[in-house]
Design a protein. Structure first.
Length: 349
């Protein structure tokens, strides 16, 4: 099982340290450094900066938002970042959510699975450097009855195949991801619930494509905090969990809330959402069960974290991307180093 680092969103108050964290992860042998985007900083700019200051670590978009860019533009960005980084780019894609898609980009959040499938097809076609033509429900290239003509990407990526990842939570999205992608970017992944909530759907998608999970990258992002008191450490992640389960998206369309229901925390998930949407964020955080946090984070002593890492590996995780807690650079770097030690202690390095 490989290790990754997730820098999250640029502009979250830790910007001055993020490059140092990425460089330390590179020195420690981490496999990949992911950067996110929502409606603040964009991921490609951050990743180009990280790539310019590192040597070996891959740089991954976690994610580029599908409503933000035409698929041909995403192919251009992927090819450019792959060339500039010396073949170290990983392309993560996702449809975002209805609030961002419609409120920020002005793109209707309709038929997200079909849109994703078609988007990936156009991106792959463009990256193949054949002349680009596509006749679909969402994109037609070139446009008919006009001056457009089939064009070929002029940038040469370092690799013939840039790996494509999709951020997936729901069963249908997971199944499609297994079918059309090289990896899945996951959140709130619990080893104890992995088979039922995640892996069986990915496996079904791989089977539909005539493949197995061999070679498919299963990549959850997992918060990490080190200390002797797991209960106290879990409290640090209560606001984070409440934000996603209770306040991310609308009452009708909250993918994380649905996931909590599928994991068996339906009653708590409903209470968290009710409190959060009513403006009681503290109450929502207090309603998050300790077991939910413990199941989806790495908290405790290095020995306990090593045991949990074995559980993640046994559950099928191939790249474990950590998000080390801490308000200072020293705290975050200590988390990076603890994760490396834990992987070695667990016999997974």
């Amino acid at each position: 099982m490989r290790l990754g680092i997730n820098l999250g969103y640029w502009g979250a108050g830790l910007d001055a340290d993020n490059l140092a964290v990425a460089r330390e992860a590179d020195r420690l042998g981490y496999a990949v450094c992911w950067a996110a985007e929502a409606y603040g900083s964009d991921a490609p700019t951050v990743l180009s900066w990280v790539a310019a200051h590192t040597e070996r670590i891959d740089v991954g978009a976690g994610i580029l938002q599908i409503p933000a860019r035409a698929p041909a533009m995403t192919a251009m960005t992927a090819a450019t970042l792959d060339a500039l980084s010396g073949g170290r780019f990983r392309l993560g894609l996702g449809v975002s959510g209805p609030q961002v898609s419609e409120g920020w980009y002005g793109v209707r959040f309709d038929r997200p699975l079909a849109r994703t499938r078609e988007y990936v097809a156009v991106v792959r076609a463009a990256l193949s450097r054949d002349r680009l033509t596509h006749d679909g429900d969402h994109w037609t290239l070139p446009l008919p009855d006009g001056p457009g003509k089939p064009l070929r990407l002029t940038v040469h990526p370092v690799r013939e195949h840039i790996p494509v990842y999709i951020a997936a939570i729901g069963p249908r999205n997971l199944t499609q991801t297994g079918e059309i992608a090289d990896g899945a970017l996951l959140i709130f992944f619990s080893p104890e619930h992995a088979e039922e909530t995640t892996l069986r759907h990915l496996r079904a998608g791989r089977a539909a494509a005539g493949k197995s999970l061999d070679g498919f990258d299963v990549v959850p992002t997992v918060p990490l905090a080190v200390g002797d008191d797991p209960a106290a450490l879990a409290d640090h992640f209560r606001p984070y969990t409440a934000l996603y389960v209770g306040g991310m998206g609308s009452r009708e369309q909250n993918f994380y809330n649905r996931l909590a229901h599928r994991m068996g925390y339906g009653g708590a998930a409903t209470e968290i959402q009710d409190r959060y949407l009513a403006g009681d964020k503290h109450g929502a955080a207090a309603a998050v069960p300790h077991d939910l946090i413990d199941a989806t984070t790495l908290i405790g002593t290095p020995a306990r974290i090593a045991d949990r890492m074995r559980a993640y590996a046994d559950a099928g995780v191939t790249t474990l991307s950590i998000a080390p807690a801490g308000l200072t650079l020293d705290e975050r770097v200590a988390g990076l180093r603890t994760a490396v030690d834990a992987v070695e202690r667990a016999g997974l390095a």
